[in-house]
Write a protein that binds this ligand. Structure first.
Ligand code: SF4
Ligand code: SF3
Length: 511
């Protein structure tokens, strides 16, 4: 076995990548990422608990999230930087975990992968200047204790603790985003690419987009979002830039096809970057945690090379009308926490009057597997008196569909990025509050797709909140051992998706 990695949904044979990743990560890179994680575990044994060190640690964890950093040199240098700062004799090696009994391996993996997802969200908050002592301490503590032996029930409570602290972390990021860029407002986003030079920005980082918007203002270069950047159009402090024009393409797994020969510069701020194809590798730029060999990595937040490349490429000669995967040309986004709260009473009234029979939280991380058409089919099949709350990149399966409205409320409500699961959770809690019942009694069904480690921490948050009957697909995580899976099924009634028809009927009858 050259490597071992089973952290994402596309892992080989749904058991583990052992000789190179399905994601295109080489065995060497996978081992370097394990070393990087080992180095932060060792560093956490007795490092000073300050802002600088938590930033280093969250960055390291983020770099090892699926489809973030494929650059051996970058990972090696960062590992060395952390080792140089380390003042400990502990020499823990993450590879020990892969050799443990399957239940320990499963539970500790849940903790580690959840922590990686949470670190990604924390990093976004940190770059905007927001820290939370409880979140920092939890990360320091969890890494410090990682090498120790624990009983199964101790590990299970730690798993749920990851969910609890992740809720805090998403709350912090929500605060960071809304205080910096103001509360999102519902916004229609065009899929038409205007003629002239343009840059496509992918990933999740609002701060990087803001810096690029400032630096490109007045340059004649337009900016288009891609994938998880779509919700940026709804933040007033980003929306105000008139050269932030629209959205390009769909979810991450289609990038190799969609970026083929596109006359634009492409900037990745976070995951999900895929193996960069020859047809567009000369125009791909990465920044911050993302890195891919033989592409240009932006230094010191100076986006000049991206802007200059866009100018050279020149863009399309005429406006080009593009569409989502179902043929729609416009996407509606920006239903953040505030808008949803303002409408909570109206929603509950419509629900009590029987005009809205059920709300589906349909979304999550997307991926390449054929079975993921389930989510499109599910959305198309939902009855006219139901709503779909959606978030993350999974929404591109259906967010260009026109499913109509119910008394002025669009039937597809886009809450935002994956971290905006926080808004969805808050609205679920608010509905329960107005109804006077608990969340599991609200006519609300969770039908989620997962792919990488941010989905793991969100799932743990939902479990921490005791949300039952979550339907998860397309497949269940390979890192869940039989016993751990049985525990989750018994305690939380977690289910794997089956067919859209069957699951929809079961949801409508509250099963
Ligand atoms: Fe395999 Fe996923 Fe790990 Fe890549 S991130 S090596 S695809 S399990
Ligand atoms: Fe998507 Fe990669 Fe996770 Fe933020 S962009 S949801 S998969």
């Amino acid at each position: 076995m050259d490597m071992f990695c089973f952290q994402c949904e596309q892992t080989a044979h749904n058991s583990g990548c052992t000789s190179g990743g399905v994601c295109s990560k080489s065995a060497k890179c996978a081992n370097l990422q394990d070393d990087l994680i080992s180095s932060v575990i060792n560093f956490s044994q007795n490092c000073e608990r300050n802002k600088e060190n938590i930033k280093l640690i969250t960055k390291a964890l983020f770099m090892t999230v699926t489809n973030v950093n494929f650059c051996d040199e970058d990972i090696l240098n960062f590992t060395q930087e952390i080792k140089n700062l380390s003042k400990t004799d502990t020499n823990y090696d993450l590879k020990e975990l892969w050799r443990k009994d399957e239940d320990t391996r499963s539970l500790k993996s849940l903790i580690l992968f959840g922590l990686k997802g949470m670190a990604a969200y924390y990093y976004h908050a940190i770059v905007l200047g927001y820290y939370d002592q409880k979140v920092s301490d939890f990360i320091f503590d969890t890494l410090k204790q990682f090498p120790q032996e624990f009983k199964t029930d101790e590990l299970i409570s730690e798993v749920l603790k990851v969910g609890e602290i992740n809720l805090k972390c998403m709350e912090l990021l929500d605060k960071a985003n809304t205080e910096t860029y103001k509360d999102p407002i519902p916004t229609k986003v065009s899929c038409t690419i205007e003629k002239g030079p343009f840059i496509i920005v992918s990933g999740h980082d609002l701060h990087d987009l803001e810096k690029l918007l400032k630096q490109s203002e007045g340059s004649g270069v337009n900016i288009y979002t891609h994938g998880e950047m779509l919700p940026c159009h709804s933040y007033p402090e980003l929306k105000k830039y008139s050269h932030l024009k629209g959205n390009f393409g769909t979810a991450w797994q289609n990038q190799q096809k969609e970026f083929d020969n596109v006359p634009a510069a492409i900037l990745f701020t976070t995951n999900c970057i895929m193996k960069v194809q020859n047809s567009y590798k000369d125009r791909v730029f990465t920044t911050s945690v993302v890195n891919y060999p033989n592409t240009i990595h932006i230094k010191d937040d100076d986006f000049t090379p991206v802007i200059e490349t866009a100018k050279k490429l020149g863009g399309y000669k005429e406006d080009r009308k593009m569409t989502g995967i179902n043929g729609g040309n416009e996407l509606l986004c920006g239903f953040g926490r505030k808008t949803l709260f303002d409408n909570a009473n109206k929603l509950v009234t419509l629900m009590k009057e029987g005009k809205i029979k059920r709300i589906f939280l349909l979304g999550g991380c997307d991926g390449a597997k054929v079975g993921r058409n389930y989510y499109t089919e599910f959305a198309k099949l939902t009855p006219k008196d139901t709503l779909i709350l959606t978030l993350a990149c999974g929404k591109y399966r259906f967010n260009d569909l026109d499913l109509g409205e119910i008394e002025g409320i669009p039937r597809i409500i886009d809450v935002g990025q994956c971290n905006d699961a926080y808004s969805a959770i808050r609205i679920a809690q608010e509905l329960a509050h107005v109804y006077g019942c608990n969340v599991n009694e609200v006519p609300l069904s969770f039908v989620l797709s997962w792919y990488e480690q941010k989905a793991v921490c969100i799932l743990l948050t939902l479990l921490y909140l005791k949300i039952e009957n979550i339907r998860l697909g397309p497949s269940l995580p390979a890192f869940l051992s039989k016993n751990v899976l049985n525990f989750l099924v018994e305690k939380f009634k977690i289910k794997q998706i089956t067919t859209p028809q069957k699951d929809l009927q079961d949801c409508l009858f509250g099963r």
